[in-house]
Write a protein that binds this ligand. Structure first.
Ligand code: UD1
Ligand code: UDP
Length: 359
């Protein structure tokens, strides 16, 4: 077995989670490799994060691309199994809940290689979400489970994970946010989109909001009801682009649809927004730390601390208009608490546990 730690990333939300862990392990002198599965491949969903977050160029790109769940998961498994059989890393680290995470966990566990899961224990209790299945299986197969919040720790305990495997370390995605805070320039972002002082930002990509044409029509109606009240910018994820367009998304003069943005450009816009409308996981966390009101258009969240400790609120598509109205009427600048340990030091905490396990 080599002494290498192998990090597997594949999709947009993986990159800001992996960056601080790679950096901290590098500082500790641990040999590492970075593998990109190729689940996301567009520059705007992938390469831009490597450039902006100072991630090293991936040592290997598996180039799996898009496909059905089975095809995409299987492609990662087949290619990774070949690689790990030859290289036998000392530990494999996976991030979040995407198909690349699940595929890697299955291969790693069956080869008997130690597996670490960053962002373990999050649960929406909604198995219609593919991510919930990915989270549950990955956690069951992991040897080291790094949790971002106390509720995640509780889920793992309840599912029978042994106590000594669970580590409450905080949130590496927030490490990346805090490390880049100086670069988030609201004025530049506002000027580049020609926006007034008050504007809102939206993102949408969950299958439950965009895969079915009827859901897409409802989501478009909801977004238009927001744009009736405030200028709205939507950096649009490729998933559902066609369905949302077919549902008339483009037909509102105060709704600006743009391509997905780089990390710095996106969070600069978010930082200055009066509200964010989203169904993203990571954006719920980032808005909580930035103190920007977040309206999450989903029936549940695997990140309840963003509601109890942060700025997040779950809303229905039908209830979005009223929720935005209430946010716009609110006094700005109220203080908000941030979840415990979301302090920019999760990466070093994770690295310390991994380095100790390797010894
Ligand atoms: C995936 C994750 C989701 C995560 C999201 C982050 C799974 C099951 N889902 O969803 O948890 O929140 O990434 O953004 O892993 N596409 C492109 N260019 C790309 C990649 C994809 O155009 O670079 C298009 C393809 O048409 C593809 C579709 O987007 O079929 C969906 O991509 P996929 O990676 O399967 O799932 P996401 O919806 O992106
Ligand atoms: N993000 C970005 N550009 C965008 C939209 C999102 O850089 O146009 C960032 C966002 O700030 C967060 C990550 O992408 O760091 C979240 O990814 P996404 O919403 O795709 O996935 P999820 O978190 O829902 O799994």
């Amino acid at each position: 077995m080599s002494g290498i730690v192998s990090h597997i990333t594949g999709a947009r939300p993986n990159f800001p989670k992996a960056a601080p862990v790679l950096r901290a392990l590098g500082d500790a002198g641990v040999p590492q490799e970075l593998i990109h599965t190729g689940q996301h491949y567009d520059d705007r969903l992938s390469a831009v994060f490597f450039r902006q977050l100072g991630l090293p160029k991936p040592d290997i790109d598996l180039g799996v691309g898009s496909g059905t769940h089975a095809r995409q998961t299987a492609a990662v498994m087949i290619r990774l199994e070949e690689h790990f059989t030859r290289s036998r890393p000392a530990m494999v680290v996976v991030y979040g809940d995407v198909n690349s995470t699940l595929a890697t966990a299955l291969v790693t566990a069956k080869l008997g290689i130690p597996l670490a899961h960053v962002e373990a224990g999050l649960r929406s209790a909604d198995r219609s979400m593919p991510e919930e299945i990915n989270r549950i299986v990955t956690d069951q197969l992991s040897d080291l489970l790094f949790a971002t919040s106390e509720d995640a720790v509780e889920h793992l305990r309840r599912e029978g994970v042994m106590e000594d495997r669970i580590h409450l370390v905080g949130n590496p995605m927030i490490d990346t946010l805090l490390a880049n805070l100086d670069q988030l320039d609201v004025e530049v972002a506002r000027a580049s989109f020609g926006l007034p002082d008050r504007y809102a930002v939206a993102t949408v990509h969950r299958p439950a909001n965009v895969d079915d044409p009827a859901d897409a029509v409802e989501f478009v109606r909801a977004l238009h009801s927001v744009a009736d009240q405030v200028d709205l910018v939507l950096p649009l994820h490729p998933r559902g682009r066609t369905r949302l367009a077919d549902a008339g998304l483009g037909r509102h003069p105060r709704l600006r649809i743009v391509d997905p943005l780089g990390y710095v450009e996106f969070l600069s816009l978010v930082r200055g927004a009066v509200a964010v409308v989203t169904d993203s996981g990571g954006v719920q966390e980032e808005t909580t730390v930035l103190g920007v009101p977040c309206l999450t258009v989903r029936p549940n969240t695997e990140r309840p601390v963003t509601v109890t400790h942060g700025t997040n609120q779950l809303v229905t598509r039908a209830g979005l208009s009223q929720a935005v109205e209430a946010v716009l009427a609110r006094e700005a600048g109220r203080p908000w608490p941030v979840p415990p340990l979301w302090d920019g030091k999760a990466g070093p905490r994770i690295a310390e546990v991994i380095a100790a396990a390797l010894r």
